[in-house]
Design a protein around this ligand. Structure first.
Ligand code: KIV
Length: 257
């Protein structure tokens, strides 16, 4: 799709009912995100989510996807060593039915990415804002604004791709950096708050339906658009999201940094 110039529409999903709807609505990539810690479990961070949680939700979703590609998150510390990363990936792919795993981190994860990749595990490397680091960062904020940080992230992306990453995900980075990293990469680059010049977009399901706890308490991230507004039902809202990604209508300048 990247080569063909078709934007990739990605969305998180956690259960069978939404899996059916998302697949029917044309979502290309479904992610079992550790965001489930916040939108399903009601916690204020993703750090308590376990491999068992992701495997469970992946099992709920996988059988209902006819065309969408299923990616599952490696949760906090589940990839702290090569062995743990391989065990967790095996579980998510064999029990959960995932076709790719996603892990947060920069060049410090290159060794893990390579270890998984040469063993046949497709990997998506998640750069920029890494929500699993929230207790070190102190707040969810835009990453890579300063020149040195932007250069470092660009280098991280190159290193991770060379280590075998099959996809990159950029969260909360300036649009200019999203564009530079995409131009410097061969693999698809999926953005969330990374501007329009990437290969595709991802959002959290509950955010686009305007029902996530963050949205409900009035703390809507800048990159979130409520696709329920004006939609007659949930499936139409998800179709509108897919169409907006495909046409480039989403993200608009108001969603970008
Ligand atoms: O956990 C998640 O849902 C994610 C997306 C926000 C990209 O990682």
């Amino acid at each position: 799709m990247r080569e063909a110039g078709e934007k990739i529409a990605c969305l998180t999903c956690y259960d069978a009912s939404f899996a059916l709807i998302e697949d029917r609505a044309g979502v290309d990539v479904v992610l079992i995100g550790d965001s489930l810690g916040m939108v399903i479990q009601g916690q204020n961070a993703t750090t308590a989510v376990t491999v068992a949680d992701i495997a469970y939700h992946s099992r709920c979703v996988a059988p209902y996807l006819k065309r969408a590609f299923l990616v599952a998150d490696l949760p906090f510390l589940s990839f702290a060593t090569r062995e743990r990363a391989l065990d967790a990936s095996q579980r998510l792919m064999q029990e959960g039915g995932a076709k790719m795993v996603k892990l947060e981190g920069g060049r410090e994860q290159a060794d893990i990415v390579e270890y998984l990749s040469v063993r046949g595990v497709p990997v998506c490397a998640h750069l920029g804002l890494q929500p699993q680091l929230i207790h070190k960062l102190g707040a969810f904020k835009v990453q890579g604004r300063e020149d040195a940080a932007a250069e470092a992230m660009l280098k991280d992306a190159r290193i991770l791709e060379e280590a075998g990453a099959d996809m990159l995900l950029l969260e909360c980075v300036p649009s200019s950096l999203g564009k530079r990293i995409t131009e410097a990469s061969q693999v698809p680059v999926i953005g969330i708050g990374a501007g329009p010049n990437v290969s595709g977009q991802i959002l959290v399901l509950h955010d686009i339906l305007n029902i996530s706890p963050m949205v409900t308490i009035g703390r809507k991230p800048r990159f979130v658009q409520n696709f329920m507004a004006g939609a007659p039902d949930i499936e139409s809202a998800i179709r509108a999201y897919v169409q907006a990604v495909k046409s480039g209508a989403y993200p608009a300048p108001a969603h970008c940094f």
